[in-house]
Design a binder for this molecule. Structure first.
Ligand code: ATP
Ligand code: MG
Length: 365
């Protein structure tokens, strides 16, 4: 992929986004997933939404209809709230009709951005949960000593827990270290503990230090009885040896970009590093996906950043935007993804849509 120069000036320019990418054709490869459940239907695999969750299902208008003006006149589709509810209902219906396909070979994603707090972990966990909910077998590798992905997926990661550190430094097999997440049936996590903080330094003197994760993952995927459809590697906010290990282990890079003022700062450096890895260590690597996160449609700045990123990366940016949402930020404190914490919330819907888009793109390529 060509990496256009981007900088903060670009972030501030108001650019016209290119026309939306055409909707995809019917998926071509892979086995069909079960259809996503219709809004309002019970979903046995996930807990019911809490009473405070978005009540969209209760007020969802029939297909194709805008909410009628209530007798009292209090509910009117000319209000922003009614329009939002109507939009959510339309999106839910579209998602419910979609049949996702599973890839026939494992897709390994590294979720990276050396900028901190842009939504790497949130994106890793929620995309993994969204795909697992739809029937995919998914492994999340937590490669950040902060262990946030392990927390969000509800897996043990105390300092004495076997972890990704043991895989990279002590050559423990992934199959023996990974844990099943209580979130969904086929969702697994290779947890990170605080020991990983020392791994960057320990790796320096180890032979083939950039290949450690790749070798462990290849062995695991080869020996696994059942195909893992997706692997997501959650990176720390740096471009050190851990992140390099992730780039070498992956085929695809997913870059979350926060819709904020400094969003594009450092992106050129990230892309240059990926180009170097592609050239010297992993020719299969490419930036396949960019996801805009923490989008707030009320601010001009968020719209400008989104437009600008789409202008520079028309093929890579997903149409789906992840909104800034309290429910998304609350979910990890319950050891849950937003997909199980509040399945009917707009944040959950957005991650389900992003996962569907990723699955669709994979089926087309
Ligand atoms: P780090 O670089 O430290 O690993 P990160 O890139 O993984 O950070 P996250 O931990 O996913 O970023 O998100 C940073 C903070 O923003 C977290 O508190 C998270 O709950 C919150 N957050 C992420 N996405 C959203 C969202 N869409 N709406 C609201 N809050 C969000
Ligand atoms: Mg993180």
């Amino acid at each position: 992929m060509k990496h256009p120069e981007v900088g903060i000036a670009a972030a501030n320019s108001v650019a016209n986004a290119p026309a939306a990418q055409p909707a995809s054709d019917a998926p071509r490869v892979g086995e069909p997933l079960h259809e996503l459940v219709e809004p309002g239907q019970a979903r046995p695999s996930v807990p019911a939404p809490s009473p405070t969750s978005a009540p969209a299902a209760a007020v969802t208008p029939p297909a194709g209809k805008r909410p009628a003006v209530a007798a009292s006149g209090a509910f009117d589709d000319s209000t922003p709230l009614a329009r939002e509810i109507s939009d959510l209902a339309r999106r839910r219906q579209a998602l419910a009709k979609e049949v996702l396909v599973l890839p026939t070979a494992t897709r390994v994603f590294t979720v990276a951005n050396q900028k901190g707090g842009v939504g790497k972990t949130t994106t890793t966990v929620n995309l993994a949960a969204a795909l697992a909910r739809s029937g995919a077998r998914v492994l999340v590798i937590d490669l950040d000593p902060q262990g946030n992905a392990s927390t969000a997926l509800g897996v043990e990661h105390r300092s004495d827990t076997a972890s990704v550190y043991d895989v990279i430094i002590n050559e423990s097999p992934i199959a023996e270290v990974m844990q099943k997440s209580p979130e969904f049936e086929a969702l697994y996590c290779l947890p990170a503990t605080i020991h990983l903080a020392g791994a960057e330094i320990e790796l320096v003197s180890i032979v083939a230090r950039e290949q450690r994760l790749r070798r462990a993952l290849d062995t695991f995927l080869d020996e696994s009885d059942e195909l893992f459809h997706y692997v997501f590697i959650d990176c720390p906010p740096s471009l050190g040896l851990l992140t390099i290990n992730a780039f070498v282990a992956a085929r695809e890079v997913l870059i979350p970009i926060q819709c904020e003022y400094y969003a594009l700062e450092g992106l050129s450096q990230l892309l240059n590093n990926i180009t170097l890895i592609e050239k010297h260590l992993n020719p299969e690597l490419s930036v396949s996906t960019i996801l805009l996160t923490m989008y707030d449609s009320r601010t001009n700045l968020a719209n400008q950043v989104a437009d600008d990123v789409r202008k520079h990366f028309p093929k890579e940016v997903l149409q789906t935007l992840i909104p800034r949402s309290v429910r998304i930020s609350e979910a990890p404190s319950y050891g849950q993804s937003v997909i199980s914490y509040d399945p009917s919330s707009p944040g959950s819907l957005s991650y389900l849509e992003a996962a569907a888009e990723i699955a669709r793109r994979g089926a087309q390529s």
